[in-house]
Design a binder for this molecule. Structure first.
Ligand code: NI
Length: 226
């Protein structure tokens, strides 16, 4: 499932982030590329150890951790703190799959089940730079408004096409989900969204709403692997 979640950040918040990001210490993205990625990665990334990066990352992490649609879609067990990247001057990231396991700062590891990209640049700020994600229905090209987030399975082959004009700044992150299987996660998301609609129509005390909520929780109980 590819899911766009609009307006994770307001336009004002995007501007505040961008002011910080534009004055921040960018480094060659190849420094953090592993395995096959080093051959296909041509972008810049914020120094993850810089105080500013940690602050921006934490702010975004807090926002996502409390966002009901993001929680419903990703069912996070652990979230890798967001990183920031910039593509310009033909920068691109060729077709790849993200590493399956990432190391967290606390020494734990995180299995990447869900990937997400949040756009800080408006689509008209740059040429190219589409995030192209391979799905069973063919490649889907994604280029969102600033402040919007795309969520997709980490198992997907994907690429960022060359940015031929302007600059594309994004944040990206990974989630280890409570539910590893993407089809099971998608069904839980669909069920949860319907329950939310029915709850607003019938009220939380409605018997059928309670019964469906019970099925939702029992499916999570069956399918979660934390
Ligand atoms: Ni990637």
């Amino acid at each position: 499932m590819l899911l766009t979640i609009p307006e994770i950040l307001s336009k004002d918040e995007v501007q505040q982030f961008k002011q910080h990001l534009l004055s921040a210490p960018w480094q060659d993205g190849k420094l953090t590329a592993g395995g096959q990625a080093i051959h296909v990665k041509a972008n810049q990334q914020l120094d993850g150890n810089a105080e500013l990066t940690r602050h921006l990352s934490q702010t975004l992490l807090t926002r996502l951790s409390t966002h009901p649609t993001f929680i419903s879609a990703a069912l996070p067990n652990k979230i890798f703190p967001p990183k920031f990247n910039q593509y310009q001057h033909g920068g691109h990231y060729g077709l790849h799959v993200d590493n399956a396991i990432m190391s967290l700062a606390n020494g734990q590891s995180l299995r990447t089940d869900v990937s997400a990209t949040l756009f800080f640049s408006e689509p008209e700020d740059y040429e190219g730079g589409e995030l192209a994600i391979e799905t069973q229905y063919g490649a889907q090209e994604v280029k969102l408004n600033a402040g919007d987030l795309i969520v997709y399975p980490s198992t997907s082959l994907h690429q960022v096409k060359p940015v031929t004009q302007g600059s594309r700044i994004c944040a990206f992150l990974w989630v280890q989900s409570l539910v590893r299987d993407s089809q099971q996660r998608e069904q839980l998301f669909e069920l949860d969204q319907s329950i939310q609609v029915l709850t607003s129509e019938r009220g939380a005390d409605d018997y059928e709403v309670k019964r469906l909520s019970g099925i939702y929780h029992n499916l999570v109980r069956s399918w979660s692997n934390c």
